[in-house]
Design a binder for this molecule. Structure first.
Ligand code: CP
Length: 311
């Protein structure tokens, strides 16, 4: 398909290569806006966006807020701790009230998989999933893909290793869907408890030794252990995890000179990645954050029917 027809962005598993291409092309058009003195275009003037984050966030919430402001939308932020969810109001009632307040776009982060999908079938407002439990984090998958495309060219055939807690990672799932759809060779790396073989059904390879992928990877994406979603211990201890799966300085020395080192943040320095590696020349971690602005501008513009693209 060559045109965007969706009012919501719920999951990258819903999108085909054409739709991913539309978002990535639109993001490229918006990236230049952030490099201007006047970082604003009128594309969503008159629209109201509500950022509704029921789980903590630094990057995603701020990025959606700045992206919406750059598109000239009005933005309201709601934190769960200061909302009537605390008094027992349901997610559905909260969202219906936001719609009654004439919100055009609701950006939702929630601990339950499917929360954004639940709202999308009940509300006329655009619903953008900013992370739902361990299910998906579509704009993170898009900004990661955009960064790889920007730094390394076409995704087709690139060898991408995603390392760490895949089982509980919504970032991993969104990356897998986008990268496999666009033709990357994706390898998941981690302990068998956190990277079970059943992930191979998504069109990826599963390995349990980081040392086996270091020399061949074009991109290595390190993920945080999601302690907040784990109900039991999945490995004996952090020391053992670092010794087997941490991207230490010694392991980084074995990566190709042009290998991109990525992390969605927040980083646990000294666990999944050493400080010197995270801050080193091959790290694109902060580029990912900057690219999140252009990607989120593109998503908001497309879903909310924004007018005009920057020239
Ligand atoms: N990458 C990411 O989602 O970061 P935040 O939790 O800070 O939004």
């Amino acid at each position: 398909m060559n045109t965007w027809t969706r009012k919501d962005l719920l999951a990258l598993s819903d999108l085909d290569a054409g739709e991913l291409g539309i978002i990535l092309d639109t993001a490229r058009a918006f990236k230049g806006v952030g490099e201007r003195n006047l970082k604003k275009v009128p594309a969503l003037r008159g629209k109201t966006l509500v950022n509704f984050f029921v789980e903590p966030s630094t990057r995603t919430r701020t990025s959606f807020e700045i992206a919406a402001m750059r598109l000239s939308a009005d933005v309201v932020n709601i934190a769960a701790s200061a909302s009537s969810l605390i008094k027992g109001e349901t997610l559905k009632d909260t969202a219906l009230n936001l719609q009654a307040l004439q919100a055009d776009i609701i950006v939702l982060r929630h601990s339950s998989a499917g929360a954004a999908c639940f709202l999308s079938s009940r509300l006329d407002a655009c619903i953008i999933n900013a992370g739902d439990g361990a299910h998906e984090h579509p704009t993170q998958g898009l900004l990661d893909t955009f960064t790889i495309l920007e730094k390394r060219g076409p995704i087709q055939g690139l060898k991408v290793a995603i390392v760490g807690d895949i089982l509980f990672s919504r970032v991993a799932r969104s990356n897998i869907h986008a990268l496999v759809t666009l033709g990357a060779e994706v390898t998941l790396v981690g302990p068998p408890t956190l990277v079970p073989k059943l992930f191979e059904k998504l069109g990826v390879r599963v390995v349990h030794r980081l040392d086996d992928v270091l020399e061949s990877a074009d991109v290595i994406n390190l993920l945080r252990i999601q302690h907040e979603r784990q109900r039991r211990e999945y490995f004996p201890g952090l020391g053992e995890y670092v010794s087997l799966f941490g991207l230490t300085k010694a392991r980084a020395a074995r990566l190709r000179p042009d290998c991109l080192i990525m992390h969605p943040g927040p980083i646990n320095r000294g666990v999944e990645i050493d400080s010197e590696v995270a801050d080193g020349a091959r790290s694109v971690i902060l580029d990912q954050v900057t690219n999140g602005l252009a990607v989120r501008m593109a998503v908001l513009h497309l879903c909310a029917g924004g007018v005009g693209l920057p020239s």
